[in-house]
Design a binder for this molecule. Sequence first.
Ligand code: SUG
Length: 443
Amino acid sequence: MAREVNFDGLIGPTHNYAGLSHGNVASAANAGGVSSPKAAALQGLRKMKYLMDLGLTQGVLPPQQRPDLAMLRRIGFSGDDGAVLAGARDADPTLLAAAWSASSMWAANAATVSPSPDTGDGKVHITPANLVSNFHRSIEVDTTARALRMIFHDESRFTVHDPLPCQMRFADEGAANHIRFAPSHGDPGVELFVYGVNAMDPSMTTRKYPTRQARSACEAIARMHRLDPSRVVFARQHPDAIDAGVFHNDVIATGNELVFLYHEQAFAMSRSLITDLSAPLGKPLVCIEAHDTDFSIHDAVKSYLFNSQIVTLPSGGMSLIAPLEAREHEAVNAFIERTVADPRNPINRAEFLDVRESMRNGGGPACLRLRVVLTDDELSAVHQGVILTPTLYSRLVDWVERHYPETLSPAELADPLLARGCLDALDELTGILGLAGLYPFQR
Ligand code: SUG
């Protein structure tokens, strides 16, 4: 027996809108706005509970220590906490915002995961993403790696690798550019790695927006995870998609088991891709291709339909867990209705969830979660403190209610008292999740 466990990033108390991600149109559009950290975290928790209530196994990944004052000190800001924060604000507000960024909420970027049926040594392999393309995200990797090592601590079943070298040739954004297909979760799969750039191909230059995933990173992960080369496919993102705001492939394509949902402009070569994926599976993929005549790539970015989670329901069939924005878009909603009604695919339900606070930074339902396929035995070896139960859900809601600011504006990011309050909250959180010692300030 194997199941997919979704580990969602718990949205931290410093969630804010700083416009730090060039090429992410929602992040740019909302730069400088006032965020609602409490509402954001409660939206995220409600999504986790929704999946738990569907009978799925749901995990929680803790937020990071923010603001990251040690990072600001490392780049030359000095004095007490207030002086460090004010110094960064005066020198470059984007550095101050990076120190406060709650971007680890987007757990799809935490790591790439290959489950045990796919790997040469029968272990679950996990590579934390180096996230070198954006400064505010690159500072996540140490704590992410530590959290994953604490959660997947059993070395006889799990290998948590070191992140790839921190250089653009190995730019890695984790599972957001990775889709695993298999007849059912526990069967050997075929892993699709999607890249935006190949440093070895000089014709692939960046155009309007940056490319964030390098082919060398994909190849290295496939080797490290001991994947069978005949069951690995590398595909290039369509450069037009990147320039339309598809900064990660999970904004334009997703899959579950044999279902592959994508826009016709997602990949540079869609036709051969389907053959390459189906051949080693020995079974045809169930392809749901959205055409430009259904809706444009810009509508895909606006609605985040492809950032839905497609989950296999314990009762049979699949559900599409989509953001509210997809229902609000007429052409996209019509496409969803056609998909659900179509007996040729197993998606027989669509649910629309409110994750608007995250969406305003370019993070939909699927961005917020890291998928880990686990056997029952592997699941029992995972640190149980992070597996959602009704009790844990209530404790986390209560913790958020007590500690999170209602709103956060850019002007407040220089406040040392707010900074102190965040650390107190995180200290309590590691007690709730049984992850004491996770944060630098606790060691
Ligand atoms: O890396 N936004 C994130 C969104 C990540 C979405 N993840 C996936 N597609 N899997 C990013 O661009 C914006 C932060 C800001 O502007 O304050 C940000 O980092």
